[in-house]
Design a protein around this ligand. Structure first.
Ligand code: WTA
Length: 635
């Protein structure tokens, strides 16, 4: 029996028990059998959550690109590694084989070296979803430079903050990007950001939209001529397992973004192992994750996890609505995608378009559906499961975080029976627990608490760049000797986990703890409702009461608002109980969202509290324009 590929539930429990009884032995076996090491470790794991410090495979040497590229050349050299699907379907897709990827990564790595980048230097990558994006990550890793990818939808201000925080000496970007029918002047945004970034010496510019841009003499260089001139042989830098691989910023509830640091060995082992199992990837499958590489989902499950398994990974430049709302399904059909991984927000947007558009395409290649990024509400779960999966492709609701590096709680498709809105069981080696507010662990099933992890897994972030104290305070100080996720969760009668949302979103009404996700689920069942968000606001008698922001599928329904309010509260009463009824219901045209599609509850909470003096920086929102509308109509 190979521990590497779990095939049935009994085997899951067996391997899980083994991984928890003897984590060192378990991960050592996985690491030894499935990866290429220049030198084996002296010690599998040392850890102390008090400091906090975690080290996996200490003393081992490797280069992650040899694992993601070189070792596949002999057996999979002509297999497609990256399948690029451009924004405009008329442009045609591009298949990059493992051999070609090797060639392009080596050239790029040599360009980085020629431009003065050395092992340990930080390189900021601000590139749209084109092959150069994936290649630039790998090129950095090839020479041991630490990449810091910034999602190419962030503003110049957000970009500058991130460049300065980790002191990047180079920025890689493109002349511009395509997004549906629009083009975006990326280089202009970089120029603006760099006015306040003194440490940046060089900017490499990939050509994408052929726009006429400013090139600053001595600083800015077109990438292509440098690539053309560079050698396609570049020896991989030998890295220690605990050397940083990348920094990726994630927003905290307060303060500036946190630069989460991931290291090389443990991250590789965990992302590769989770990829293989959580998606049941088999040789020659075509796998597609719709996330942007600017987020952790793209790092781990577009680039590193798939390539470490020699997989074919689709890289899609465009948006779900261009040229029309059938685009996702068109791509699945065209490339015969087998595993499809996306976010609930996309599912809800597509569900709004109706099933007729889905039915135009042949989705029979699909074997596994995935969801990530936020709790998936029951209605969206069923729509996805029924209309895309045809009740035939297991839907894995996978819970994890930028900080965890890889998937932590998820069904294993064809292994774990799924249950709507449940992330179900911990992945192999993951030891979750639920805690109450007093720091006591809630044992047994049918409990509801704060989600913590008791034991390190290989891809846990090791620190926050430049601020280890903040790392400790944020994740290791709330509960003794545990990693605190910041999420709430419940465990059902069979031990399945359901993530109920960030604990900062828990609202206590008349002494009752209410999770926002189940209430939103109930509301979203209403046929007229597209999306909803619940926040708390101070209430004289109840302590807190609930404020609901609700968008309707058809904004023209306005004349029926009072009836709708009654119906919504009736639904909530029916599904959860009268205690969860909304005190106030405001109908809005949109909900403020982050670029990754998460609803910005902080803003909604402030508006509900009538405290709009300091809403923070709303310029990085996906739809900043909706904020004023919500303020103007607040109740
Ligand atoms: C939320 C994304 C419910 C959660 C990989 C977590 C989820 C935060 C799920 C991390 C899920 C992610 N069900 N909630 N399946 N997946 N979340 O860092 O609140 O962008 O803490 O990582 O998203 O978001 P991040």
């Amino acid at each position: 029996m190979s521990n590497y590929h779990i095939k049935h539930l009994e085997e899951y429990y067996q391997v899980y028990r083994k991984s928890v009884r003897n984590p060192e032995g378990f991960w050592e076996e996985i690491a030894e059998e499935h990866f290429l090491w220049r030198k084996k470790w002296d010690n599998v794991l040392s850890w102390d959550f008090k400091k906090p410090e975690v080290k996996w495979f200490e003393g081992a040497q490797l280069n992650i690109t040899e694992n993601c590229i070189d070792r596949h050349l002999a057996t999979r050299g002509d297999k497609t590694a990256i399948l690029f699907e451009p924004n405009d379907p008329k442009e045609g897709s591009e298949h990059i084989t493992y051999k070609q990827l090797h060639h392009r990564v080596n050239k790029f790595a040599n360009v980085l070296k020629e431009q003065g980048v050395k092992k340990g230097d930080r390189v900021c990558i601000y590139v749209p979803m084109i092959p150069e994006l994936a290649i630039s990550l790998l090129a950095c890793a090839r020479i041991g430079a630490i990449h810091s990818v910034v999602f190419a939808g962030f503003s110049s201000k957000a970009l500058a903050t991130r460049i300065n925080d980790s002191d990047c000496k180079m920025v890689i970007t493109s002349d511009g990007s395509y997004r549906g029918s629009k083009t975006i002047d990326l280089k202009g945004i970089v120029d603006e950001a760099l006015e306040s970034c003194e440490g940046v010496e060089k900017v490499l510019v990939a050509k994408r939209i052929n726009s006429d841009i400013n090139m600053k003499e001595g600083r800015d260089l077109w990438l292509q001529p440098l690539l053309d001139a560079a050698s396609d042989q570049c020896k991989a830098e030998v890295m220690n397992a605990e050397d940083p691989l990348f920094i990726l910023y994630t927003s905290g509830s307060t303060g500036k973004p946190k630069g989460m640091v991931h290291t090389t060995g443990g991250y590789m082992v965990y992302t590769a192992y989770t990829f293989k199992n959580a998606f049941q990837y088999r040789e020659n499958d075509v796998y597609w994750c719709t996330a942007d590489i600017g987020w952790i989902t793209g790092h781990s499950y577009i680039v590193y996890g798939p390539l470490a398994n020699g997989a074919t990974t689709v890289l899609f430049e465009g948006v779900p609505s261009y040229p029309d709302f059938g685009r996702f399904w068109d791509i699945v059909d065209k490339h015969k995608v087998n595993q499809f991984y996306t976010a609930p927000t996309a599912i809800r947007a597509l569900a709004k378009q109706g099933v007729e558009i889905v039915e135009k395409y042949d989705l029979s290649s699909l074997k596994v559906l995935g969801s990530v990024g936020e709790p998936i509400n029951e209605e969206a779960w069923h729509w996805y499961n029924d209309n895309i999966g045809k009740n035939n492709s297991p839907l894995i609701d996978s819970w994890w975080q930028t900080e965890t590096g890889g998937i932590m709680i998820t069904p294993i498709p064809y292994v774990t029976p799924t249950k709507p809105t449940y992330a179900t069981l911990p992945f192999i080696g993951v030891q979750p627990c639920l805690m109450d507010e007093n720091g006591k662990e809630l044992k047994g099933n049918q409990v509801d608490g704060r989600l913590c992890i008791k034991f390190p897994w290989p891809s846990i972030a090791r620190t926050i760049w430049g601020d280890h104290q903040r790392y400790k305070d944020t994740y290791f100080s709330t509960y003794e000797n545990m990693y605190f996720t910041g999420d709430g969760a419940l465990r059902d009668e069979v031990g399945y986990y359901r993530i109920t949302g960030r604990v900062d979103d828990v609202i206590i009404v008349s002494g009752h703890n209410l999770g926002t996700a189940p209430i939103e689920d109930a509301i979203n069942e209403h046929p007229a409702i597209a999306e909803s968000a619940i926040v708390g606001f101070p209430h004289e008698v109840k302590g807190s009461a609930l404020y609901g922001y609700i968008t309707l599928k058809d904004a023209g329904e306005s004349r029926k608002h009072d009836n709708l309010r009654k119906e919504i509260n009736q639904l909530i009463s029916d599904r959860i109980g009268p205690i969860s009824k909304l005190e106030k219901i405001q109908f809005t045209n949109g909900l403020p969202k982050t670029r990754s599609g998460k609803i910005m509850r902080r803003i909604l909470r402030k508006i509900a509290e009538k405290d709009t003096s300091n809403l923070g920086d709303t310029s990085t929102l996906l739809n900043p324009e909706c904020v004023q509308e919500i303020i103007d109509n607040a109740l």
